[in-house]
Design a protein around this ligand. Structure first.
Ligand code: XIL
Length: 352
């Protein structure tokens, strides 16, 4: 009798504590069972996000990142136009700050990106000759990778080099240096930091049996056969909720890269919705994220899952894909969507 009575206040206290924890968890991504990041670490999953330079200046956002992710990648900070806006001026401060933040919080740091056809300053996009372009590209890669040697774990050395039909994209690098610019970039990267992992990254390359997916695979296979130093491939995975995930074609793709001795990273995950949002569309989106996370954490999985941002409030989606939005696990007010709980559940259940 006494025991029963005594249990009452304890139960009440417990439920208050539980409620506080639940509210706290929904704001910070942390629960009584540990943070999402601890769960990801336990599952052997690299679970990351793109961040903006200002994110680590804001104490709350900083805390959120530390609790939730074990890898960060600069969304824009390392891109050529931002890092080196003129040939002589290197804007190192934001990158240095991010690398320090990552180190202080035992978060892995990823670099993104050297070779790209976007976000280049005029002195790069206007290059005319191989004689100018080749040393500049090598210099860019060497300067950055030597500076952060041993501190940045992996890099997207080249990004989006293919067209939708699988041919090489007509970029300043292709026009000036020729198709071997990709090999040149990877060799320069390996020489600059032999321990960093080197990735080729692209979008619409996630499924085996598609024109771009197969061309991407053939491009990478050729690099491996020529002895070019490449360690992994990036599947960006900017996806649309209403087109269901094709797990078989994704897993077939992962398996064929693994067979080449390469690892596969899901590098820029977001799943956009054709607005307005409805419960049906949200259910499709949740299923999509769950399927991707399962593919990442499965026995033959990618093992690396990076969100291209976690919140709709700072999303690149609405400005890029007209009519689309709500692509991330946190809404425009910063509130966690049910989708995030579903993701945490997959991570919690995973063991690689
Ligand atoms: C995007 C950023 O998210 C935007 O803020 C920026 O305005 C444009 O670039 N593929 C990539 C990323 O590899 O670098 C892009 O990031 C999104 C598509």
């Amino acid at each position: 009798m006494k025991l029963v009575n005594a249990a009452r206040p304890a139960a009440a206290l417990f439920s208050v504590a539980t409620a506080v924890t639940v509210i706290f968890a929904s704001l910070t991504g942390c629960s009584a069972l540990g943070t999402v990041r601890q769960k990801a670490d336990h599952a052997g999953l690299t679970y990351g996000t793109a961040i903006q330079a200002g994110d680590i200046l804001d104490p709350d956002t900083k805390k959120f990142i530390v609790k939730n992710f074990n890898l960060i990648v600069p969304e824009n900070t390392m891109k050529w136009a931002n890092l080196r806006p003129t040939k002589k001026f290197w804007n190192w401060s934001d990158m240095d700050h991010m690398v320090e933040f990552a180190e202080q919080n035992r978060i892995a740091m990823k670099g993104h990106t050297f070779v790209w056809h976007q976000q280049n300053p005029p002195y790069v996009s206007g290059l005319q000759t191989r004689e100018e372009a080749l040393p500049l590209l090598i210099e860019q890669i060497t300067e950055v990778m030597k500076r952060y040697r041993g501190r940045i774990r992996e890099y997207d050395v080249a990004n989006e080099v293919l067209n939708e039909d699988g041919t090489l994209r007509n970029t300043v690098w292709l026009r000036t240096i020729g198709p071997e610019y990709i090999d040149v970039a990877f060799k320069a990267a390996r020489a600059a930091d032999p321990d960093a992992k080197l990735l080729l990254n692209d979008y619409s390359n996630e499924y085996a049996g598609t024109a771009k997916g197969d061309a991407f695979y053939e491009l990478v296979r050729g690099m491996v056969e020529r002895g070019i130093p490449i360690d992994g491939v990036g599947l960006q995975l900017h996806m649309i909720a209403e087109n269901p995930l094709r797990r078989d074609a994704l897993e077939e793709n992962i398996a064929r890269f693994n067979a080449l001795g390469l690892y596969v990273s899901f590098t820029e995950v977001d799943v956009r919705i054709l607005m307005p949002v409805t419960p049906e569309k949200e259910a499709e989106q949740t299923a999509f994220y769950e399927g991707l996370l399962e593919a990442a954490t499965g026995a033959e999985g990618a093992g690396s899952f990076i969100l291209w941002g976690w919140r709709d409030a700072k999303s690149w989606i609405p400005a890029t894909f007209a009519g689309y939005g709500s692509a991330h696990p946190f809404d425009v007010k910063g509130k966690q969507k049910p989708l995030y709980d579903a993701m945490v559940k997959v991570i919690s259940n995973a063991k690689r």
